[in-house]
Design a protein around this ligand. Sequence first.
Ligand code: SAM
Length: 260
Amino acid sequence: MNAIDVDKHKQVWNSARTTKNYAAEETLQLPEQRIIEILKDQLPHMRMLDLGIGGGRTTLHYAPLVKEYVGSDYAENMVTICRERFHNAGAHVSFEQIDATDMSEVPDNSFDFVLFSYNSIDCVEPEDRVKVFQEARRVGKKGGYFAFSSHNIQYIDKMYTFKWHKTLRDFLYQFYRLVLLVYYNGFPGKYLRMNETVFRDGVERFSISLYYSKPDYQMQQLREQKFKNIRAFSVKTGKELTGEAFSSCKEAWIYYLCEI
Ligand SMILES: C[S@@+](CC[C@H](N)C(=O)[O-])C[C@H]1O[C@@H](n2cnc3c(N)ncnc32)[C@H](O)[C@@H]1O
C-alpha cells in the first residue's frame, strides 16, 4: 500500500525544476472558469485565500478580480517565485507560507472564498484531509465558499489502457509507464471496489503518491464536515455534474464548490 510521504512531497514541490515548471503555468481549468462565472458579482467584494498556489497559475486570473488576495503554499520556494512573478500585482495581493492542514496563524472568519486548486488537497495524508476541511471552514466566513478539486478513483483503470501510438518512442514510453504503474500500484481491478486509496500515478516522475477517492465518498466527507450546497463540476466540460453523471463520473478529477 502506498503512503503519502509529506517530507518527500515538500522536497518535490520546493525543487527548482518543479517551481520553475509551475511558474510557467497560465491556463485556468474549465471548472475554475465556471467558478469565476458563478461568483462574478461577489468576487469584487471578496477576500480570497488561495491555498497551494504553486507557481501562481490561479493567481493570474483570480487576483485581479477580488478585493483582497492572499496566495499561499507550504513550499517556501513556491511562495518566493510567486512574490517575484506578481511583484506588480498591486497592494491587494500578498503571499504567505501556509500549511493547509494547520492554518493557526490565520484568524477565524477571515476569508469569503478559500480555493485549494488542482488536486493540491490530494498531497495531504488521508487522515489529515479532514483538518483541511475544518480549517477551510474555520478561516472562511459563514456564507462564504470553499472550492477544490480531487482525484477520482474511478479513473484509475483508464490509466492502464494501452493506446495505439504513431512513434516507437511514444509506444515505448507508454509501455514503461504501464510497467511502473503495475510495479507501484498493482493491477487496476481492485480500485473499483475501494472508496479511497493512495496511488502513484506518475506525477513528478513517479516520485510521489496522491490521494484518490470515489466521487460519492468525497461528497459524503464534505457533508460530514457540514459544507452546504455542494456542487461538483466536470473537468472536461466545466459543467455541473449531478445524480448518476456525478456518481459514475470517470474523469481524472472533479472540482467541488461548497458553501461554508
Ligand atoms: C499540483 S500542485 C498545484 C499548484 C497550483 N495550485 C496549480 O494549480 O498550478 C500542488 C501544490 O500544493 C502545494 N501543497 C501541497 N500540500 C499542501 C499543504 N498541506 N498546504 C499548502 N500547500 C500544499 C504544493 O506545494 C504544490 O505547490
